[in-house]
Ligand binder design. Structure first.
Ligand code: 5RP
Length: 228
């Protein structure tokens, strides 16, 4: 039986095989954050010189990319990005995700929004029937922490401050358990509208376009519309 680390490696390798035909001198790749994204970054190093560079969704990923000699570009200088590759904490058959376990959700959402395609890479333990067992990360401007926490309680959530953690944007994270996520896109919109919320870790308004999920039988490809 393969370890979770080996499965993450398989998913990362599948993503590298998927993006290889897209590479070219002007091509910029969007790169996520987390242990699976790290494996993708390490593999991407093999293709250095065959693409222009990458936009990172965190300081952590930017440093890892730079460590491999991959050019890290400012998103403001990028007009086109064919693909964004990132992990997830949960994904459902509708390609909705919970992200932000690593606290990089806001930059992940921004970089992903610019890409033509979002490719989610994960081991298949991340595939769930319904989102919400993983506490939903919500990035909050510090002065709004308690006000947002009260509002999230009104949704039935139990918010917990991620202790000792500050995002790359200087904000805090509330990890919200107990939410009933029946309509992910609607809840994403509603939480994002709370004053003081920078963004929540629901990626439903813009979900994944392709999921490469590694399991004991190999890597399964999940596409929108192929609800299981
Ligand atoms: C970071 C994320 C990650 O994609 C998510 O936490 C999954 O991480 P890992 O690949 O380590 O399981 O959203 O903010």
């Amino acid at each position: 039986m393969l370890s979770q680390q080996q499965l993450k490696q398989q998913a990362a390798d599948a993503a590298l095989a998927y993006i290889e035909p897209m590479l070219g001198a002007d091509v910029i790749i969007g790169v996520g954050t987390g242990s699976t994204a790290d494996l993708f970054i390490d593999g991407l190093a093999r293709y250095a010189g065959r693409f222009r560079g990458a936009v990172a969704s965190s300081v952590r990923s930017a440093e890892r990319l730079a460590g491999h000699g991959i050019a890290v570009l400012d998103l403001n200088d990028v007009q086109h990005m064919p693909v964004y590759v990132d992990g997830a904490d949960e994904i459902d058959a509708g390609m909705n995700m919970i992200k932000g376990g690593g606290g990089a959700l806001t930059r992940e959402k921004i970089v992903a929004s610019v890409a033509d395609e979002f490719v989610c890479i994960a081991d298949d333990s991340k595939l769930v029937r319904r989102l919400g067992r993983f506490p939903l990360p919500v990035e909050v401007i510090p002065m709004a922490r308690e006000a947002v926490a009260r509002a999230l309680r009104a949704y039935g959530g139990i918010p917990a401050l991620r202790e000792g953690f500050v995002t790359d944007n200087g904000n805090v994270i509330l990890d919200v358990s107990g939410l009933e996520i029946n309509e992910p896109a609607r809840l994403e919109q509603e939480i994002n509208n709370l004053p003081g919320v920078v963004t929540c870790g629901l990626f439903a308004l813009r979900g994944a376009n392709l999921a490469l999920l590694a399991g004991s039988d190999g890597v399964q490809r999940l596409l929108p519309g192929a609800r299981g």
